[in-house]
Design a protein around this ligand. Sequence first.
Ligand code: FAD
Length: 431
Amino acid sequence: MTTVAVLGAGPAGAAVALGLRRLGYAVTLVSEWRRFAALEGVSQRVLEALRGTGLHHALAQAALPSQRQVNWNGEQHAQNVEFLLDRPTFDRGLREDLSLAGVELIEGRVLAVQPCAGGHRIELEGRQALLADFLVEARGRQAPAIGRGLRGPETVSLLNRWQGTPGDTASAVESLADGWAWMARRADGQCYWQWTVDVASAELPGKAMLLEHCRQRRRDSAVARRFFGAEEEVDLQLHARSSTAILSPQVCGDDWIRVGDAAMAVDPLSGNGIFQSLSSALQAPTVINTLLCKPERAALAQRFHQQRVEQLFLRFARIGRDFYADEQRWLDQPFWQARRQWPDAQVAHAEADFARLRIDRAPVLRDGFVDEAEVVITADQPLGIWHVQGVELAPLVRRLRNEPAGQVLAGLTVEQGRMVRSWLLAQGFKP
Ligand code: FAD
């Protein structure tokens, strides 16, 4: 029987493990616990995606609704509700979901992974090595790099956590001359302030003085003073983590795949890290199933995963760039200069133009495997769209070039007609 080992029990590793169990694979997941307690903000859409994946225990107690305030470019907005995920609770819940799905869990540290006859040998701390036919690398940002890949400006986030007085759950984000800060308070009084700065220009003091330096920066900020008040910060702790955007140069081979932050880690400004890690993980079981059962399609399956990861990474990098560019007060500060130009000058959302739609063959997901089909390539969807509401778009777009729309769309059901018309109009089609 084929054995699959998943390294890392974050949302990405968990989503792949559950997906593989549904396909009937025997899955062993190895992970240690995260080394610090973080709180992370996610949208309603992310919660729904997590639920859709089957991660019910993970969400049962971890998500607290919070009104998020944004202070950017000197303006203040109260944005819609975000949900604060308590990562230790969430991560514990992930493991419950995994155990219930029949995933074999090994709590421990992976020391090294080596290729061996017919698969991989995974060296574990204080235990016997594990052998697996297929490897899923989901150790997040701690996954060993396999080359430089594409990297955004080097960035570090300093997380301060302390116990304050209980109050309402709230969160806020603030731009600063040399970076930005995210802050949150849980109803039980746990407070978080996360300061994200440019590694090259931040001029941070040594470790011994860093906590005091952060405290001073908090005192200097009117937004932070208002948010936390003048209360005592009990049991103040600091944890530094890299938050550089990183795209791995290769994310799939014949018998391995990288998912989540191990494949691409995004700038935390997007507040989309978990969503993106899930996106790459949700497609992975089908890619793995294809690699294992239909090796003749290996190149196609690898191309599918690689292209989707790259495209998602660049799309979110460009959206992040535009958000940085909205901050106009510190145009000559290195933090803002570097980030409003990276990764490139391409627009995040290209204008629709029906005349420029192209038809091409591309990898798609069909009946549980990666397959190839004709898709329609649009400026905004360079990997192509295969169908809408079950209607294949390539033959339809081809016919629309020579035939009247009424005739082309005649055979569709009411619902299909509505969805396809709406897609066509969004592509700039003029009936
Ligand atoms: P992870 O969640 O990192 O999981 C990896 C797992 O692998 C961990 O359990 C780890 O302990 C384990 N592991 C690592 N090394 C080993 C080893 N050698 N042996 C065994 N196990 C190992 N996302 C949001 O959606 N909202 C936010 O507000 C947000 N804020 C962020 C702030 C910062 C500063 C950063 C850096 C990221 C933030 N993110 C946020 C992103 C989010 O944390 C990640 O995108 C997401 O957790 C990635 O999931 P993952 O499953 O790929 O990896």
